[in-house]
Design a protein around this ligand. Sequence first.
Ligand code: AGP
Length: 599
Amino acid sequence: MCGIIGYIGIEECYPIIMDGLRKMEYRGYDSYGIAVCENHKIELRKHVGKISEDGSKSIPGKMGIGHTRWATHGNVTEKNAHPHFDNKKDIAIVHNGIIENFSWLKKMLEKHGHKFRSDTDSEVIAHLIETYYKGDLEKAVYKAVGLLEGTYGILAIQMSEEKIVAARNGSPVVIGVSESGNIIASDVSAIVQKTKDIIYLKDGQMASVTKDNVRIMGRTFRKIENEIEKIEWDIKEIEKKGFKHFMLKEIMEQPESLQNTMLGRIKNDSIKLSTGLSKDFLQNMRRVVITACGTSWHAAIVGKYLIEKMCNIPVEVDYASEFRYRDPLIGKDDLVIVISQSGETADTLAALHEAKKKGVKTLGIVNVVGSTIARESENGIYIHAGPEIGVASTKAFTSQIISLILLALSINQELGKNVDEELLKSLKSIPEKISSVLETSAGIRNVAEYFYNHPNALYLGRGINFPVALEGALKLKEISYIHAEGYPAAEMKHGPIALVDEKMPVVFIANKNGESYKKIMSNMQEIKARNGVIITIATEGDEEIKKISDHVIYVPKCREELMPIINTIPLQLLAYHIADLKGLDPDKPKNLAKSVTVE
Ligand code: AGP
């Protein structure tokens, strides 16, 4: 959840580290800090608040480390911000992850005279390294991490050594290699400004990085070679391009991101999706289990409706955090799909490990290229939505749904079933349809003006649009702090209806072409009878719906399988405009972080 970065090279490190921290601020933004080493002295600076508001002077030096924090242990204070020193202030570290045995380690170190300055779990790492330091930072880090339980991406410097030592277990560490120096970070976005040549550190590995060399070591401390990979990111992709917020930019980008998800995958009315799943396996496949967290979990529920309907295969959906602990009943004829935008979510990664441990075939649907889940899934589909910086997931969700549709189509194709040509045609038209929904943004802002000072809201949908209701409610609560619940529309009668009165906005997803249109109209009547205020996402041309709705947002007609994509766009815009009207920053909602790498 935190972002870590280090630079060593021929340039001044401060601006490079600060720029990297700004790029990674979406990982955590309650406090930040930087340590720079020059002339055998480490200067440390820490701040509470946002890096974008930083006005401090730079520190001279060509080697340093930095950190942007999402608090896990200890309040948001300057003393708890990283980097952390050892006792003597010779060693400084930054850490992303959680050290589970830190209290035990802390007690042990305190008995040996170590004095702690923070309430964090991370500080023990600096003191442990100090304990083992005998003039060789690599060896000291190696011995220290041997005692750590939990997850970590660590960077360490020592005042007399011209190197940064990195270690990884469960939290990402990537190294960018360039002629003017090397950058190590938890995120490619912090590196791409300098270089596109990347080395991914694997779990259990360490790296010793000097200004002109990178040495990787495996679990036994022996030197090993990791390939240098070229990333295709462009720095422009992680800039706001004139939009007020990343979230708005990412919502508006969806015609293009969806196009990219489909690029090269639909050719001459057939699907070209290389999933790695063999015909043999698919013929005997008994069941699909999809597991994920948050928005990706909502995409998983859409996937259940899609795959069951299109392929006639039973699908179960589980929260990754439940799946990983409940000893799931899965076997060799099952396919476990894990969905993750970041590819680093701790619970989703653990669910993947659980499935692999049980010998079950796995498939990852991931956005971030080279992320841990992408690398560890046996088979996979990249959604190619491009970097998603806004903490609230938007374009990744719609690309995940398209990927699930392509997967269902490719399973059918592989099994010799007729390809649904009409659906293929609709898929090709989706970017254009999304563009037309995006044009209604101004009208959606008017609805937001009514909505934004209400404390609660209900989102209701049926069938394949039930997860859309869940996603609409999640978007709203994440960035506007309005309490919102998503429900299957009929379920509303079994409890939530007690909350409905003239102060309760109720958002309905009620497409005329949907199978359940008539049923949802009855649910709308039930809300109206209790004076609830109805906001409806309806199909263009549906004049009838105006009679019962207080506000209508029209979306174009489309195949039912694609409606969750079309319907989600206005809900993303609604949440965005509400947060903006409340003067909130939707890119950095309180208490949240983009990549949840802790359990
Ligand atoms: C989405 O808006 C959230 N910020 C969050 O629920 C997110 O979807 C979840 O943490 C899963 O992330 P992942 O897709 O990167 O695994």
